[in-house]
Design a protein around this ligand. Structure first.
Ligand code: MN
Length: 740
């Protein structure tokens, strides 16, 4: 299958790579470390014997490379080198974890176990498990953060050699890298690794775009270098003058960051203004770092005008991942904004390599196990800090799954998935309604928290309940799950009903006491008096003493209502000197709309009758006679319940146009399209010269629903308008509406 393999040549290469690895971590080795590394290497050799990678290379090249990255690019020590060499043996070969433990001790076994677990959950085929896997990965962290760092090294090497994988695996591994490993590297301050991972991921997920940008960068290189030279020349002159030791670099930004900028701002390559950044690295002793950085800043801004919004001082306050640098964006030649990064050699190495570079700047130059341990502790702190950092950390994970969900455990270790920002109370309702409604608090990883405490990934939650507890209105302000919300609302509604029963009894006694019949008509007067709509509300307010029973004087309320009724429907003689008719004079009790009467009448707002509609009159309490359409949605109720208050009504023959216009409603529904509103309003106001009172339009998922209230003369006028509107656009439906 493979071309002839020269075993001898391969073995030479293996030995060469092994020696290179030893040289790279020599400075970190203490007594006995070298022996352990040799043992690990030999065990890996034996275990992976005969195995080959997809590329055809001997498998041992991979663990060797991972160990190399771990120590050279991340700065890890001998334990990690041992673990990196052995990272695939338990999963892929006959070697067991016990074997490892026996030969290398608990620490190494524990890390290998973590790596194996991540592999088995992570590197499976189903991508839907990602969130779950991520959680497990985070939880393994608490064992040893080296698990994550070695996994990063493993992933980096796999990305570097992704070319020989199947297309399907390329896509899966590349997207995981983009969503999980690159942000993780960023979080840990491993910028060089982060950038490489992002670029590699882009290369495999967006092949064409990647190649396009890479080619463009190549094409524009000469021109860019010329510009960089022009930009830096006066700075270099001044730096020399001031006697600073420095290095000035003009480096293109990563392909991935250019790609992102083009996509986010929707601009072509040519319009990405910061294709490169200028970096000024100064060699300066620790105690002069800050002042020298600002000295350089002042040189730069003496020559170029800075954008005041784009100054970032991470020298005074380093980022939580250890990044230190001074950034400014200035106006360069030809009116182009140029980003300038100012930092010391030390800061630069830390920025590129993360904390791993710290030890190089120790006074005695030699790192100790303690330095490494301290660094690992720092990394762990970054990852585990329950406050802001940890939240930022999660935010870095762009995968929706992570941002929108939180994974927590029951005390028995059962996994529950809740939306982001879910609280302990949401969790309680998720378990069971009866648990939720009696929840008084929770134990989170054995610490007491209130019910509105927001849950984080990996929390183990135990709900504390009390039989005295019950849901209240306030709970709705912090729960986020639909289940909790609806259950709380249900409970509150039930509760309100129960409470209202008391209020009803109180009111009934009051009526009884004042010798007024407790019937719906009388209750309606009380409702109207308090401006309430539903009896339930009235009862509830009485029960909760929002309306005090001493404020309810039923007799007075009824008297008031009767008075108004009498004042408004003046039955009797027409007023002297006027030809007005009162209700008693109506011919056959028919009110003719358009005539003058000695009582008020007006059209009802619920159905807005217009001349031409079939109508009737209704004697109201306090508002004169209301004219409704016979097909008004309220008509049936009015006629069947208050037959004695109904009057026949008709329009006066041929109401004169332009003398009076009536309010009518039109509903227009259809597919949303550009300019549709103006087409409609043009027809109404310009073509038909109809006045509009109001227009409301709601647009939703490409459909729109418009309601227009307009002044119309009669039904034929309205029909004309409706048919004109219908004819204007095939995508709309037009109908008359009753309710305002
Ligand atoms: Mn591996």
């Amino acid at each position: 299958m493979h071309p002839t393999i020269d075993v001898e040549l391969e073995n030479k290469e293996i030995v060469k790579r092994y020696r290179h690895l030893l040289r790279s971590c020599r400075r970190l080795l203490e007594r006995g470390d070298k022996k352990k590394i040799r043992e690990a290497f030999e065990l890996a050799m034996v275990a992976h014997k005969g195995m080959r990678r997809k590329s055809g290379e001997p498998y041992i090249f991979h663990p060797l490379a991972v160990a190399q990255i771990a120590t050279e690019e991340i700065g890890l020590g001998p334990t990690s080198v041992v673990c990196a060499l052995l990272h695939d043996v338990v999963e892929d070969t006959h070697i067991t974890l016990d074997d490892i433990k026996h030969q290398f001790g608990d620490k190494v076994a524990q890390i290998i176990d973590g790596l194996t677990k991540i592999s088995t959950v992570f590197d499976t085929e189903t991508s839907s498990l990602q969130a779950e896997n991520f959680r497990k990965m985070l939880l393994t962290l608490s064992d040893d953060v080296r698990v994550i760092l070695i996994k990063l090294a493993d992933r980096l090497h796999n990305m570097r050699t992704l070319g020989s994988m199947s297309r399907k695996n390329q896509l899966k591994i590349a997207s995981e890298t983009k969503y999980i490993y690159a942000p993780l590297a960023h979080r840990l301050g491993l910028y060089a690794i982060k950038t490489e991972l992002e670029d590699l991921a882009l290369k495999y997920t967006e092949e064409e775009q990647f190649k396009f940008i890479a080619d463009k960068l190549q094409e524009t290189k000469t021109q860019r270098n010329r510009y960089i030279k022009q930009f830096t020349e006066p700075l270099i002159e001044e730096l020399n003058l001031q006697g600073l030791k420095y290095e000035v670099k003009g480096r293109p930004k990563s392909i991935y960051s250019i790609y992102n900028k083009m996509k986010k701002q929707n601009i072509p390559f040519e319009e990405v203004y910061d294709l490169f950044a200028i970096r000024v690295i100064i060699d300066t002793p620790l105690d002069k770092e800050k002042s020298d950085c600002w000295k350089v800043y002042s040189i730069v801004t003496d020559h170029y005008r800075p954008n005041p919004d784009r100054l970032r001082d991470w020298v005074s306050t380093p980022k939580s991942n250890g990044y230190e640098s001074l950034h400014t964006t200035v106006m360069g030649p030809q009116g182009r904004w140029v980003e300038v990064q100012i930092r010391t050699r030390r800061m630069d190495e830390i920025a590129e390599k993360g904390f791993a570079a710290h030890w190089k700047y120790k006074d005695n130059g030699a790192p100790t196990t303690n330095d490494l341990e301290r660094w690992l502790a720092q990394v762990r702190e970054i990852l585990e800090n329950p406050d802001s950092n940890a939240l930022d950390f999660l935010d870095d994970f762009k995968l929706n799954l992570f941002a929108e969900e939180v994974f927590v455990f029951t005390p028995k270790g059962e996994l529950r998935k809740l939306p982001a920002n879910a609280t302990a109370l949401d969790f309680a309702f998720d378990i069971h309604t009866s648990v939720g409604s009696k929840c008084i608090g929770a134990k989170l990883n054995n610490k007491l928290v209130p019910i509105n405490h927001k849950l984080s990934n990996g929390d183990q939650v135990e709900i504390i309940t009390s039989n005295k507890q019950k849901p209240n209105e306030d709970w709705l302000s912090f729960v986020v799950t639909a289940k909790a919300k609806s259950k709380i609302k249900d409970f509150l509604k039930e509760e309100k009903k129960k409470i209202a029963e008391d209020g009803k009894e109180i009111l009934e006694r009051k009526f009884h006491h004042q010798k007024v019949e407790f019937n719906s008509e009388n209750i309606n007067h009380v409702l109207a008096f308090f401006k309430l709509k539903a009896a339930l509300d009235l009862y509830y307010l009485i029960a909760t003493e929002k309306i005090r029973k001493q404020d309810i004087d039923v007799v007075a309320i009824l008297a008031h209502a009767t008075e108004k009724k009498q004042a408004n429907i003046a039955i009797g003689e027409p007023a002297a000197g006027k030809k007005k008719a009162g209700i008693s004079e109506l011919k056959e009790d028919t009110i003719i709309i358009g005539e003058d009467y000695d009582f008020d009448y007006s059209t009802a707002k619920c159905c807005n009758p217009i001349p031409g509609d079939d109508i009737f009159g209704f004697i109201t309490v306090g508002e004169g006679i209301k004219i409704h359409r016979t097909n008004c949605p309220n008509a049936v109720g009015l006629m069947s319940n208050y037959g004695y208050r109904i009057l026949k009504a008709k329009w006066k023959n041929s109401p004169i146009k332009s003398s009076q216009a009536f309010l009518a409603g039109v509903q227009i529904q259809g597919i949303d399209s550009v300019g549709i509103i103006s087409t409609i309003t043009d027809i109404i106001s310009k073509e038909l010269k109809v006045n509009m009172q109001s227009i409301t339009v709601e647009s939703h998922e490409g459909k729109f629903d418009g309601r227009i209230m307009l002044f119309i003369y009669d039904t034929s006028h309205l029909e004309e308008l409706i048919s004109k509107l219908k004819a204007s656009n095939q995508l709309i439906q037009v109908s008359r509406i009753d309710v305002n």
